[in-house]
Unconditional design. Structure first.
Length: 145
């Protein structure tokens, strides 16, 4: 079976905000762009990520003011993957790190993002026989653990 690579399924719709951007402005950027996270930067250098879940657990649940700088709630260091990595590699990394959104980095720039939804979508494409092969691969790897 041919491998599928991160750059084939990643979304290129990535929103970045400077580390001093307020929580409210960041949330409005996410809503306007219809994305589930923002990449936090310092002079265009990626530092961290803030997801919708972070807004629940680190903002709303803790009662932070909306003028708080986004850098105060970002997850850092930023975990990224290479665009030439396989979807299997991305899935393994996401499982090990307990994350649902994985930025794609090339030459120190974020060029895309892969989410668990993207991986589920690609897993459900193809014939039944290809799906069986995918399931067999997963079972074989689980058996090895």
């Amino acid at each position: 079976m041919n491998s599928t690579f991160v750059n084939q399924i990643m979304s290129k719709n990535v929103v970045t905000v400077e580390k001093s951007t307020s929580l409210q402005d960041s949330a409005q950027n996410m809503r306007k762009s219809k994305v589930g996270c923002v990449i936090v930067t310092d002079d265009n250098k990626p530092l961290g990520i803030v997801t919708e879940r972070d807004f629940v657990t680190k903002v709303a649940a803790e009662g932070r003011p909306l003028f708080t700088e986004i850098s105060e709630v970002m997850s850092s260091p930023l975990i990224t993957i290479d665009p030439e990595a396989t979807i299997w590699d991305a899935s393994e990394m996401m499982k090990e790190k307990g994350i649902h959104k994985l930025p794609v980095r090339e030459n120190e720039q974020i060029i895309g993002i892969v989410t668990t939804t993207d991986i589920v979508k690609i897993s459900s494409v193809g014939s039944d026989s290809q799906m069986r092969k995918i399931c067999d691969q997963i079972l074989m790897r689980m058996k090895d653990e």
